[in-house]
Ligand binder design. Structure first.
Ligand SMILES: [Zn+2]
Ligand SMILES: [Zn+2]
Length: 366
């Protein structure tokens, strides 16, 4: 079968790789019908060695597909089921899985990140593979996989369901962490896929205004399509602070979704959120030298800071209901859909921020 492998910094390629097989009775093999490239994959593309990636490492942690084979202990899904794998592998039974924090699963790991998060139990490190391929071995399939509801199971819905593997779940996590409720005034910092999904999540949770701050007019157009009530290109306009103050009756937003979480964006969030408000931070920039938190502002303003890696699996039951009811549709973030032969070029499209691009989907079977 074919899959995308990391070759060197700035070089991803589609290659023949080993067919996956059941190695543990808890495994399932999934035939991938649609996968996608993530902003976090770009960190591998740009700085792979810094994260321990070597030539030949498999990549990809966002995929939906059909169960092809199951080990004897799986039980929860069967051959032929249409399934979604959240990016984090989880056992489903440990303390943290039981409380809905599957990203802290004691046996957990992440698809396509095996040098950092092998997961899947001892001895399985090399076998936890990338999702940007035709087939994937899913360890601890009973805990990890979610069956896609019948009404969304047809392949024609893959572009709607696929963002729930990560970016929509992450945007939703930020909205929950920043305490978005009915009537909230919300600001989203960042117009990448997570920011756009965060805006839609905030509207789905009842936010009255959602203002997206970004740098790209094409993406801000998509933000509007996904429910943002206001958008500001902060490269060409410096009125974002005034606008969000005005929208909130002069007091500042209730909630800030920090989709990038860079030093500048966290400072902006802290300077503008209203006292008693909350900042939901989910951006990976914090891993590249974190922002300094102005604890005095947090203290005197009683500002809540909450966030981190999204436990997507725990949110899926409510997200399936929203998707079925048409309250959310994250498919506009997938601006491209590439056949397997061209899939590696998706990294260039995303890394160069090509006009009109947000996120690239891959069709591994075509
Ligand atoms: Zn991702
Ligand atoms: Zn667990």
């Amino acid at each position: 079968m074919r899959g995308i492998v990391y070759k060197a910094q700035g070089d991803m390629q589609v290659e023949e790789v080993a067919d996956p097989s059941i190695q543990d009775p808890g495994d399932a093999i999934v035939k991938v019908t649609k996968a996608s490239i993530c902003g976090s994959d770009l960190h591998i593309y740009n700085h792979g060695e810094a994260f321990g990636f070597e030539c030949g490492c498999r990549v990809g942690h966002e995929f939906v597909g059909v169960v092809e084979e199951v080990g004897a202990d799986v039980g929860t899904v069967g051959v032929g089921d249409k399934v979604l794998a959240p990016f984090w592998i989880s056992c489903g039974s440990c303390h943290f899985c039981q409380k809905g924090l599957q990203t802290s699963c004691v046996k957990g790991g992440c698809f396509g990140f095996q040098p950092m998060f092998p997961g899947g139990g001892e001895g399985n490190a090399e076998a936890v593979q990338g999702g940007q391929s035709q087939y994937v071995r899913v360890p601890m399939a009973a805990g990890t996989l979610d069956r896609i509801p019948e009404s969304l199971a047809d392949d024609s819905n893959d572009m709607k369901t696929l963002p729930l593997t990560d970016v929509f779940g992450t945007g939703y996590h930020a909205a929950k962490c920043s305490n978005v409720q009915g009537g909230s005034n919300v600001v989203v910092i960042g117009d990448g896929a997570v920011g756009l999904c965060g805006a839609q999540a905030a509207r789905a949770l009842g936010a009255e205004t959602v203002t997206v701050l970004g740098h790209h007019d094409d993406r801000l157009q998509i933000a509007k399509q996904m429910g943002a009530t206001h958008v500001v290109n902060t490269k060409t306009s410096d009125n974002a602070g005034e606008l969000v103050k005005e929208l909130s009756g002069g007091v500042g937003p209730d909630s800030v979704i920090a989709a990038i979480s860079s030093a500048d964006s966290m400072k902006w969030a802290m300077d503008n959120v209203q006292p008693g408000g909350a900042i939901g931070w989910v951006g990976m920039e914090v891993l590249l030298g974190g922002p300094e938190i102005p604890w005095d502002q947090a203290f005197f303003g009683n500002v809540t800071l909450a966030g981190g890696v999204a436990p997507v699996k725990g949110y899926l039951p409510e997200l399936w209901e929203m998707l079925k009811a048409g309250k959310i549709d994250p498919s506009p973030v997938l601006t491209h859909d590439l056949a397997m032969d061209e899939a590696a070029s998706g990294y260039e499209v995303m890394a160069s921020r090509e006009e009109g691009s947000v996120k690239v989907a891959i069709s591994p079977q075509s």
